[in-house]
Ligand binder design. Structure first.
Ligand code: AMP
Ligand code: ZN
Length: 469
């Protein structure tokens, strides 16, 4: 396969750029992970699924991807949650961390190589804070350490927010009135009564949220990462602060490509816990939607467009996905004449080319899906006309599974093994039909229907289909 160059929108430059990693063939990717104080909602998963598409496409292009996703297991929300439940911070956060891992497997998110927990990297954070203090980029006030924004002239380069404009709008936490400048942000927070804390050279306390991502990304990926990803709400202040503290500390560029995913909204508002307008993955599964349809929905809106969540869209996703799996089912179960055709080989190659070219263009997923549906339209027609041969069907099927390394929406097997009892019933019915005992045959057919299996009698014998997954 010829080498494909990926073009990606970089928030830092505000442009679509050619992606070239620092080390040839290897991509160092950091994605901001969950704060484990509750179940993640599908807004969060919109970001994770878009990042997963990026990662899987990079792998599809042949890159080795080293992926780190942090687990925020200490912050105001986790501390509050643990206190309310009367359990330790660790007990509280592990419960939601476990749920998170279950959810990412359900949604087939390719697992990261490292999931560092903030509480297990406090010494790494302290080291950076100390370095920043030594270089004059930070100062201590009443046991807390703050980053001095005026010492980093490039502050605002990611979000394009000018430091002067910041002053007016910044909300100052009640315990942060001692800062030199309202824009400065906490690297280390002095211990408060009843809160978990860790010892440090600047006194007992706990780290701020931003320093966590700088420390853990650089620890596992080095001082300059290729791609850093998150939702657009992370651009400011989180990622802006990460740049300031990392670059002030190392003197090197922190991230080469910033990848930000637009929000998932409901009724015009961002889906979020604080607004109470959220669905968790578990909510949707309990309503009977399949994980693959949910993934399909989250995947198929371009990552830089707002995704408006509606149940109608989720039904539509279910239907679109079914068109693909129905096509696969035909490819796998029909009896095709032997041989293969040049036309099919060309059509299939064209689908691969168009799919790859679309995704290489800043992950144009609509273009990618259009290439697949074009193949399906063509393939269904060719089957109806009896023009598709066995080799063609095999080739088309192999392509769909190959592209599914990127999409991860297909079932492991379209034609699955049926339970033995059902196989026996199908056989009994066929024997009844041979005996012309149609009453028995129909009774078995109805029984199978009740169990979600429909039968189709063809020239080549009886085929079965599942009504519902
Ligand atoms: P949090 O647990 O709030 O830190 O969020 C985890 C990730 O989900 C971050 O990358 C957020 O930017 C992202 N996120 C939160 N809400 C939404 C939303 N409604 N749509 C898309 N991404 C979101
Ligand atoms: Zn982060």
């Amino acid at each position: 396969m010829e080498k494909t160059t990926l073009k990606l929108y970089n928030t830092l430059s505000g442009k679509v750029e050619e992606f070239v990693p620092l080390e040839e063939g290897v991509v160092r990717l950091y994605t901001c992970g969950p704060t484990v104080y509750d179940y993640a909602h599908i807004g969060n998963f919109r970001s994770y699924v878009a990042e997963d598409l990026l990662k899987r496409f990079l792998k599809f292009l042949g890159y080795k991807v080293i992926h780190v996703m942090n687990i925020t297991d200490v912050d105001d929300k986790t501390i509050k949650g643990a206190r309310e439940e009367g359990v330790t911070l660790r007990e509280f956060t592990r419960k939601y961390e476990k749920a998170f891992f279950e959810d990412i497997d359900t949604l087939k998110l390719d697992r990261a190589d490292y999931y560092p927990r903030a509480t297990e990297h406090i010494p790494d954070m302290i080291k950076i804070i100390q370095g920043l203090l030594e270089k004059g980029h930070a100062y201590i006030k009443e046991g807390s350490v703050y980053f001095r924004i005026s010492s980093f002239p490039e502050y605002g380069k990611l979000s394009k927010i000018k430091p002067e404009e910041l002053k007016a709008g910044v909300r100052v936490e009640a315990d942060e009135y001692t800062k030199e400048d309202v824009r400065d942000f906490a690297l280390w927070k002095a211990k408060k009564e009843g809160e978990p804390s860790w010892p440090s050279p600047f006194g007992e306390g706990r780290p701020g949220w931003h320093i966590e991502c700088s420390a853990m990304s650089m620890k596992y990926l080095g001082e300059t990462l290729d791609i850093h990803a998150g939702g657009v709400d992370n651009i400011f202040p989180h990622h802006e602060n990460e740049i300031a503290q990392s670059e002030a500390y190392t003197g090197k560029p922190f991230v080469r490509y910033w990848f930000h995913v637009q929000h998932l909204i409901v009724d015009g508002e961002k889906m979020s816990k604080s607004r109470g307008n959220f669905y968790t993955l578990r909510d949707l599964l309990a309503m009977g939607f399949s994980p693959r349809a949910i993934r399909y929905l989250l995947l198929t809106t371009h990552y830089r467009k707002t995704l408006n969540f509606t149940f109608e869209a989720l039904y539509q996703a279910t239907t679109s996905l079914k068109r693909i799996t129905d096509f696969l089912y035909e490819l796998e179960t029909r009896k095709f004449p032997e041989g293969e055709t040049k036309e099919a080989a060309e059509k299939i190659e064209e689908c691969r080319r168009n799919f790859t070219a679309a995704l290489a263009d800043d992950l144009n997923i609509s273009g990618g899906m259009a290439a697949i549906f074009e193949l399906i339209r063509w393939g269904n027609r060719a089957m109806e006309e009896g023009k598709l041969l066995r080799g063609d069907a095999q080739r088309a099927r192999n392509l769909l599974y190959d592209l599914d390394r990127v999409l991860a929406v297909l079932p492991e097997r379209v034609v699955e093994e049926l339970p033995e009892e059902i196989m026996r019933m199908i056989k009994e019915r066929e024997e009844a039909r041979k005996r012309k005992d149609y009453a028995t045959a129909d009774r078995i057919r109805d029984e199978l229907f009740k169990r979600g299996i429909i039968l189709e009698d063809t020239k080549e014998g009886t085929r079965w289909k599942k009504i519902k997954e």
